[in-house]
Design a protein. Structure first.
Length: 575
């Protein structure tokens, strides 16, 4: 069993309750466990004695808020100034830890992981030559010094708290200070890397270098504009710049939304929700989808990404389909016929299809492993047959895979992608659904270094990666209760607002666009749904408010697109 001591646990001001907690194993996959909070001790019971790490949501405070510590040389980041940058409520991890009889100090282990992640990414990204006096390294060295002080102070006799299993309150404060400094340094590292790589990708220098490396290694010239795999690099290297787009709600079709997409987007993403297209069995309704398709083709003259064609998330599959959830063969026939109806209608206008979404989560329709794989292959091959010239991508939802800790009939997302590649399923790209700040499973908020690391992990499947749905709200969400606990998705730096949504968009789009394996980034929805109508993707998650007025996020997306078109790194990437 693993156990962790918590300081300031509970409810009320200055306290916090662990939420969205699970264990993960040596391969990074969530493991089944029973986790309970008994006063100030988090108990984690698991079936095997293997080393495991703890993942949970943590309320972060700044070093300045934690107060001064006499003799703590690491309090300052530069110029003798205490760091006072807000960090938010984020989902974090510990390192893999062996079982032991005595508990660990949670804050210390969370800080240890952040220091390790920083060093690992420095090595992965080839940034070991960063100058010691650079702001990033000054911040990191501050974190490391404070962490060392926390290690020394954790069992200090003068400050031992027997009610906390002998740990020192001062050690907890120092550990949380070290964690805050390390997370801040990690975000700056990710953004600094994105600025450098973004400039090189925008000018085409990254692809030219990949072609030269490929020719040197193979003595062959790659096909023009082909994706290239070069030894020693992460994922494929794509030609050209990444494209930016936005999804629409077929039930809305306004002049303001059309102008926003025409100005800020390279393409438009048109959802193909089964519940909209065939609300009653055998009775298709394409009217709302047709008008967006026609506008994109005839007026805007921009490419169309359509789908997901098959999506079993709540609100996406029609009610009448659930009759067949326990009859796979009949369900498969309905899916095949639906694919035929949709693709046949739009194959002359759609450039890229998102064929299916989230089948690995195994949510509303419970499938066996064989059925999940068979259905995935069916979706891909059927669309390929109906529309041979189109590109197809498969969407990964809940990309961190927390759901696997609670449902062993599902498949971990990265394992699912790797198995499809090994099985030679002809997927042209994998699409990652990356939404944060909404009280739904898989949408808790992460820091920028964690997001950048996640994208690098998916690049390992050696296929182009599309961020098919990117989103954050412009207002704090209305919290829902799950298992008698509020499912608080957290926030990045400051509570969500119009301005904070735009700030987050700039950084995450910039991070993704700098990756040589990312082919496109698509915002989740162009406009908020008016009050009284059922929201589609995320309440307050659009680029326009419900009245059609632009939010700062729209201008940020426009600026990012113009920078990429002009062959320069996007601005506004600093913290």
């Amino acid at each position: 069993m693993l156990s962790f001591v918590l300081f300031e646990a509970g409810e009320g001001d200055g306290a916090w309750t662990p939420r969205q907690v699970y264990l993960y194993g040596p391969d990074g996959l969530p493991v089944p466990s029973e986790i309970t909070l008994e006063r100030d001790l988090l108990l984690c019971r698991k079936p095997t004695p293997d080393a495991s790490g703890l993942a949970l949501q943590f309320r972060l405070v700044t070093p300045a808020e934690l107060g001064e510590e006499p003799g703590a040389a690491g309090d300052v980041a530069s110029g003798g100034r205490v760091v006072a940058t807000p960090l938010g409520v984020l989902s974090l991890r510990t390192c893999l830890l062996p079982e032991r009889d005595s508990p660990y100090l949670l804050s210390l282990e969370l800080a240890r992981y952040r220091l390790m992640l920083f060093l690992n990414k420095m090595e992965d990204w080839g940034l070991s030559d960063l100058a010691g006096d650079s702001p990033i390294m000054v911040r990191f060295e501050s974190a490391r010094r404070v962490f060392t002080e926390a290690l020394v102070a954790q069992r200090a006799d003068a400050d031992r708290d027997e009610s906390k299993f002998g740990f020192s309150a001062r050690a907890d404060r120092l550990a949380r200070r070290a964690m805050a400094l390390a997370i801040d340094a990690g975000e700056q590292l990710a953004l600094d890397k994105a600025k450098k790589d973004g400039a090189a990708r925008a000018t085409g220098a990254v692809y030219k270098a990949a072609v030269a490396a490929y020719e040197a290694a193979t003595q062959e010239t790659p096909p023009a504009e082909a994706a290239i795999i070069v030894a020693g690099t992460t994922g494929v290297t794509l030609p050209g710049r990444p494209t930016l787009g936005c999804a629409v709600n077929p039930n809305q079709f306004t002049d303001e939304q059309q102008r926003a997409i025409a100005a800020a987007c390279d393409f438009v993403s048109v959802p193909m929700r089964w519940t909209d297209l065939e609300p009653a069995e055998g009775k298709y309704s394409f009217k709302n989808t047709d008008r967006w398709i026609e506008w994109a083709v005839r007026k805007a003259k921009i490419p169309i990404v359509a789908g997901p064609v098959i999506d079993f998330r709540p609100g996406c599959a029609p009610d009448w389909l659930y009759i067949w959830e326990n009859d796979y063969e009949t369900l498969r026939q309905y899916i095949e016929e639906h694919i035929r109806q949709v693709v046949t209608r739009y194959r002359r206008t759609v450039a890229r299809w998102t064929v299916a979404s989230g089948l690995h989560v195994n949510g509303n329709f419970k499938l066996t492993f064989e059925q999940m794989m068979d259905l995935t292959r069916l979706c891909v091959t059927r669309i390929k047959k109906l529309h041979p010239t189109a590109k197809v991508q498969l969407e990964i939802t809940q990309p961190w895979g927390e759901y696997y800790a609670y449902d062993r009939r599902s498949l971990p997302p990265l394992v699912y992608a790797e198995m499809l590649v090994q099985a030679s399923v002809p997927v042209d790209a994998f699409a990652v659904r990356l939404q944060v700040g909404q009280p739904l499973a898989g949408q808790s908020t992460r820091d920028l270094l964690a997001i950048s690391t996640l994208l690098d992990q998916y690049a390992g499947v050696e296929r182009p990666i599309a961020v098919s749905v990117l989103g954050a709200p412009s207002q704090p969400p209305r919290l829902e209760r799950v298992d008698q606990q509020p499912m608080d998705p957290g926030y990045w730096r400051l509570p969500w607002s119009d301005m904070q949504q735009g700030e987050w968009l700039t950084r995450v789009v910039g991070l993704a666009a700098s990756k040589p394996f990312v082919q496109s980034v698509c915002w989740q929805e162009v406009g908020d749904v008016p009050l009284g109508q059922a929201p589609r993707e995320m309440p307050d998650g659009g680029l326009l408010n419900a009245a059609g007025q632009p939010k700062p996020a729209l201008k940020r997306l426009y600026d990012m697109r113009m920078a990429l078109k002009e062959g320069r790194a996007p601005g506004g990437m600093e913290l």
